[in-house]
Design a protein around this ligand. Structure first.
Ligand code: PLP
Length: 425
């Protein structure tokens, strides 16, 4: 596609350009495999001497459409779509780290990512240091080890809705000589541009706003191509022959595309966390309305947060769009609008929170967040229940905290539902 198109245009058109007489809408390539005329043709693909699809665990036309579109939205050089957001985080870490390595992550992150890093990767010998996002740059740097390979954070954290101090984190990553990866699931490329603020990699759980209709699970890693693996002595696996790939040296063969090539040909090949073509197609279609939806989510989010903040039965509201939020100044610096996700605590603690949730009629209690339908969740008893009380407190998960995801319904109906549910407590 021509360079310079704006995000609304890319959301609709990037990823698929039909040729004369081809379907206007990209077809779904529900095929595990692809036919070639000669053994030699296929051998060239296996040797990475020619490009083309040969097996859907590695690449697929429908998945590729989504990868091109998401990469265009964020401004990357390419992307790899995965079966879930968790798979995308795994792909990133497993491409960068071996057993014995270390990563540093903000502790204001999704509970599932926190478990993945703090427990599952630990068992594989990849150690993590969690850092409070309020820590100073010196405190972040003090966690650096010889074997540190990544700094990770969420742009707008789930569920604490903290806005990342990009300047501090990207500066720390540069001083440590490690890539800086940002999970941009909540704001999406429409509201936040991590690559403009120093990130080398952007991740998404596309299951959230990207799909936006709660119908297709997925994740993606997008590479800006900014981290120079060939100039770093921290990543020998990128600069030395890969014996599992005929002695290929990724930085020599692929230059800026070294990470994407290694992630796909090595980690995706071996672990097989590929997105399904059906989910990729659904997500690509739904992305067409992402800019419109993010506008409405942000409008509804602000109105709902203002309503809650002025309600006598509400103790506190945490939404970066509120003028008196401690996050507001940073939110205005890094976000163009504030999205639909907020947390609040009703007066009366956990019991009141449960009564409120059980009284909702329009908004549903679901594990999900960030889709068209307004929904609520009690993180302390669900997404974050595997964390200890201390870990919950450190991640800002209070017992009465309710996470709200304002959908794109009419705001008067959403507020009406919350009003009647608050009356019940
Ligand atoms: N990152 C964030 C910010 C999330 O909110 C989630 C899930 O809620 C994930 C990653 C994990 O994504 P998935 O559920 O698609 O595996």
């Amino acid at each position: 596609m021509k360079k310079g198109y704006k995000i609304e245009t890319l959301a609709v058109q990037a990823g698929y350009s039909p040729k004369n007489g081809q379907p206007r809408v990209a077809p779904i390539a529900m095929s595990t495999t692809f036919k070639y005329d000669s053994a030699e043709d296929l051998a060239k693909l296996f040797d990475l001497q020619a490009s083309g699809h040969f097996y859907t665990r590695l690449s697929n036309p429908s998945v590729e459409c989504l990868e091109i579109k998401m990469s265009a939205l964020e401004g990357g050089i390419g992307a790899i779509a995965c079966s879930s957001g968790q798979a995308a985080s795994s792909l990133l870490v497993l491409t960068l780290c071996n057993s014995g390595d270390h990563i540093i992550s903000s502790n204001a992150i999704y509970g599932g990512t926190s478990n993945l890093f703090g427990h599952s990767f630990k068992k594989l010998g990849i150690d993590v240091s969690f850092v409070n996002p309020d820590a100073s740059e010196e405190e972040i740097l003090s966690l650096r080890r010889e074997n540190t390979k990544l700094l990770f954070a969420e742009s707008l954290s789930n569920p604490s809705v903290r806005v990342l101090d990009f300047e501090k984190f990207s500066s720390a990553a540069k001083k440590m000589g490690v890539p800086f990866a940002v999970d941009n699931t909540f704001p999406t490329a429409c509201l936040c541009r991590p690559f403009d603020f120093g990130a080398d990699f952007v991740l998404h759980s596309t299951s959230k706003y990207s799909d936006g209709h709660a119908c297709a699970l997925g994740g993606i890693v997008i590479d800006k191509g900014s981290f120079d693996f060939s100039a770093s002595d921290k990543f020998p696996a990128f600069n030395e022959p890969d014996e599992s790939y005929h002695g290929l040296i990724y930085t020599k063969a692929f230059g800026k595309g070294a990470f994407l090539a290694k992630a796909r040909t090595h980690v995706m090949r071996d672990f097989g966390m590929m997105m399904s073509p059906m989910n990729a197609w659904l997500t690509s279609m739904n992305l067409e309305t992402l800019p419109l939806r993010m506008e409405r989510h942000s409008f509804n989010g602000l109105r709902l947060a203002e309503f809650l903040a002025s309600h006598p039965k509400v103790d506190w509201v945490n939404y970066p769009g509120l003028k008196d939020s401690p996050e507001h100044a940073r939110a205005k610096k890094y976000l163009s609008a504030f999205g639909g996700v907020m947390t609040f605590g009703p007066k009366g603690g956990r019991a009141a929170a449960e009564r409120f949730m059980n009284s909702l009629k329009l908004a549903a209690i679901v594990t999900h967040v960030a889709d068209a339908r307004t929904c609520v969740l009690h993180p302390a008893s669900t997404t974050h229940r595997q964390l200890s009380d201390k870990e919950q407190a450190e991640s800002g998960i209070l017992p009465e905290l309710i996470r709200v995801s304002a959908g794109i319904e009419n705001i008067d109906d959403i507020i009406g539902d919350f009003e009647q549910a608050l009356e019940s407590i």
